[in-house]
Ligand binder design. Structure first.
Ligand code: MN
Length: 263
C-alpha cells in the first residue's frame, strides 16, 4: 500500500540522550506500521527499553499477520511479548533494572487502522478538519483529564505529567488497549511521544498538517520535522518523536492496493 509518511525524532534541548525510538515501515503485502516508544530508566536503560519494544514488534507482527491472525490479536501478542522481554532483560542486569517504555503502534492494513497502545504516547486521526485522539494517556494526568479535573492546557503543564499508570516493563500482567477505525481517503494518522504532545496541542498538529497539504505536494514530508522544531522552540524539555501518515486520495476501492509497493 502506498502511504505518504513524514517522520522525525529529536533529542530535544535538555536531555543528554534520545530514549525515544520509532519504527515506520511497509509490511507485505498491503500494510504499514507506524510505532513510537518512549523509554525510561537510568543510564542507557531507556534506550534499551524503547529499542527492545520496537524490535520485538518488528519480529512478531509481520509473521503473525502472514498467518492471517486477527490484527488486533497480533498487536496484543507483540506488545505482551515486548513487555516480557523488557522485564526479562531488567531482571538480569543491575543497570537495566526498572527500565520501561511506552509503545503506541498504528497498523494500517488496506483501508483499516488498528492501534495497540500502552503508556502516554498518542495516536491521532485527522479527518475533514477534525483531529481526534484515538488513545488514552495511561498517566496520572490522563486520569485527571478523563475525570474532568483538569483541561488539555492544565495537563500540558502539570508537574506529574510524566508519571505513567501503565507501561511496558513495569509488571508482568499488562492490559493493552487496541482500538480500530475504518479509514477514508485523505485521512491522516499521527503518532507521537509526550515530548511533542506536552508542548504542541492537537489543534496545532492538525493546523501544521493542513498548512503542509495546502503547499506543494512535497511539503508533506516536512510536517514531522516542523512539529519537532516547534516543540524545540517552546523549550524541548524532553525527547520528541512524531510520525504522520496520509492515506492516499487517488485510489478507488481495494483494487490495486495489494499490488503496490511501499516507497
Ligand atoms: Mn517522553
Amino acid at each position: 500500500m502506498r502511504l505518504e509518511v513524514s517522520a522525525a525524532t529529536d533529542v530535544g534541548r535538555w536531555r543528554q540522550r534520545n530514549e525515544d525510538a520509532y519504527w515506520a515501515a511497509p509490511l507485505d503485502p498491503a500494510a504499514w506500521v507506524l510505532a513510537v516508544a518512549d523509554g525510561m530508566g537510568g543510564y542507557q536503560a531507556g534506550d534499551v527499553a524503547s529499542r527492545v519494544a520496537l524490535d520485538t514488534l518488528a519480529r512478531s507482527l509481520p509473521s503473525c499477520l502472514v498467518r492471517h491472525r486477527a490484527p488486533e490479536d497480533c498487536l496484543r501478542d507483540a506488545i505482551a511479548q515486548a513487555n516480557e522481554r523488557i522485564l526479562e532483560l531488567g531482571r538480569g542486569r543491575g543497570e537495566l533494572a526498572g527500565m520501561g517504555t511506552t509503545l503506541t503502534a498504528a497498523l494500517v492494513l488496506r483501508r483499516h487502522l488498528w492501534v495497540g497502545h500502552v503508556g502516554d504516547s498518542r495516536a491521532y486521526l485527522i479527518r475533514d478538519g477534525v483531529i481526534r485522539q484515538l488513545t488514552e494517556d495511561h498517566s496520572v494526568v490522563g486520569e485527571l483529564l478523563r475525570a474532568g479535573s483538569i483541561d488539555e492546557r492544565g495537563a500540558m503543564s502539570h508537574p506529574q505529567r510524566h508519571l505513567l499508570t501503565r507501561g511496558l516493563g513495569l509488571r508482568p500482567e499488562l492490559s493493552v488497549d487496541v482500538t480500530d477505525e475504518a479509514l477514508l481517503p485523505g485521512d491522516v494518522v499521527a503518532v507521537a511521544t509526550d515530548g511533542l504532545t506536552s508542548l504542541v496541542s492537537s489543534a496545532e498538529v492538525m493546523e501544521h498538517v493542513r498548512l503542509a497539504q495546502a503547499e506543494r505536494p512535497e511539503a508533506f514530508s516536512q510536517v514531522a520535522p516542523r512539529l519537532v522544531a516547534l516543540a524545540n522552540e517552546r523549550g524541548g524539555y524532553d525527547n520528541i518523536t512524531v510520525l504522520i501518515a496520509r492515506i492516499p486520495r487517488d485510489e478507488t476501492g481495494e483494487a490495486g492496493l495489494g499490488a503496490e509497493a511501499g516507497p
